[in-house]
Design a binder for this molecule. Structure first.
Ligand code: IPE
Ligand code: IPE
Ligand code: MG
Ligand code: MG
Ligand code: MG
Length: 333
């Protein structure tokens, strides 16, 4: 029932061809030629296959005790998801001339934390959602206790990889920096802190500034970490380029969550693989709920332009990062 399930025909590999074609609407005239778009689609497919294999190899085997926990971990991580964060890791590595093998374990670590955040986000005590990535949520397919433990174990596994995965650069200073970046992005100043603000928000009147600050934490922090962790694998990287990457990642992360809110309003469950209009049902103060759909879309366009402008110091090697930004911010799921 579990791995490789058909995600209602959705796969990241199909997505770019479908949506990058509309990217010029918001891309300030950056034309994505047909051949370039096709090459990008092939690249995304290859990164998706790579991360799937890398995750499958690092998750505990389903036939070893405790089998129910292992099966639930594999169910929650494998066979679905756009793999946006690993793709940002790989695209940043490409921009910096770092090999994919060197950043693969870091990409896995971030995706494991992300998958854990989704399992917990869906729990009855949080968003109480039944559908994720086109399938029953972890606590529906298994049970609540197992879903809580899945989150715990995925988080531990993520940090275990940073400590001891042989594929990562051996330099202890690099591993320490990776650990610090992921811990900061996952903890109170990042995802967990943002989620705490999020679950306290229903029924409250938040300003757009408060909403954006919550988004920068709950979603932006892990997206930013994806870019910065790849950069940390290039320890000799000039400070100016590190700063440029941070300036790229922050607007992408914020815009990604605003787009998630917009899709909750505008998309349908079959395309999205999760319940829609769920934010409204929970009286969740979202970006579009506070400023309106059109103003949220305009904000996404502005953030997209900011992100691309930050990449100015990079030449052609950053093209996959630019194309990812185009895709992420006009995505239809
Ligand atoms: C969904 O993230 C939750 C947010 C942080 C907005 P994604 O849209 O990346 O979810 P998957 O991994 O593709 O399922
Ligand atoms: C979740 O935001 C952000 C996380 C840190 C998991 P949402 O609650 O909007 O994500 P979805 O819509 O359930 O994927
Ligand atoms: Mg939530
Ligand atoms: Mg949710
Ligand atoms: Mg959402």
């Amino acid at each position: 029932m579990i791995e490789g399930a058909d995600l209602a025909g959705r796969s990241v590999a199909d997505a770019p061809a479908a949506v990058v074609g509309t990217a010029t609407d918001i891309a300030d005239g950056r034309e994505t030629e047909g051949a370039e778009r096709a090459a990008f689609t092939v690249q995304l497919k290859s990164w998706q296959a790579r991360i799937e294999q890398a995750l499958a190899a690092r998750l505990p085997p389903p036939d070893v005790e405790p089998t129910r926990l292992h099966a639930a971990m594999r169910y929650s991580v494998l066979g679905g998801g756009k793999r946006v964060r690993p793709m940002l890791v790989f695209a940043t590595a490409r921009a910096l001339g770092i090999g994919e093998a060197q950043v693969e374990a870091a990409a896995c670590a971030i995706e494991l934390v992300h998958a854990y955040s989704l399992v917990h986000d869906d729990l009855p005590a949080m968003d109480d959602d039944d559908l994720r990535r086109g399938r029953p949520t972890c606590h529906k397919a298994f049970d609540e206790g197992t879903a809580i433990l899945v989150g715990d174990a995925l988080q531990s596994l993520a940090f275990q990889l940073l400590a001891s995965d042989p594929a990562l650069p051996a330099d202890p200073a690099v591993r320490l920096r990776l650990t610090a970046l992921l811990a900061e992005a996952s903890g109170v100043s990042g995802m967990t802190g943002g989620q705490a603000i999020d679950i306290a928000a229903p029924g409250q009147q938040l300003t757009v500034g408060e909403i954006e600050s919550m988004y920068a934490r709950k979603t932006g922090a892990l997206i930013r970490a994806s870019v910065l962790m790849a950069a940390a694998c290039a320890p000799a990287l000039a400070g100016q380029l590190q700063a440029a990457l941070a300036d790229f990642a922050a607007p992408v992360g914020l815009a990604f969550q605003i787009q998630d809110d917009l899709l909750d309003v505008l998309a349908d469950t079959a395309t999205l693989g999760k319940a829609t209009r769920a934010d409204h049902a929970r009286a969740q103060p979202t970006h579009p709920a506070v400023v309106g759909v059109a103003a949220s879309q305009e904000r996404v366009r502005g953030l997209h332009a900011e992100a691309l402008a930050a990449l100015a110091p990079f030449a052609a090697s950053a093209e996959p990062l630019r194309q990812l930004a185009d895709w992420l911010l006009v995505r239809s799921y």
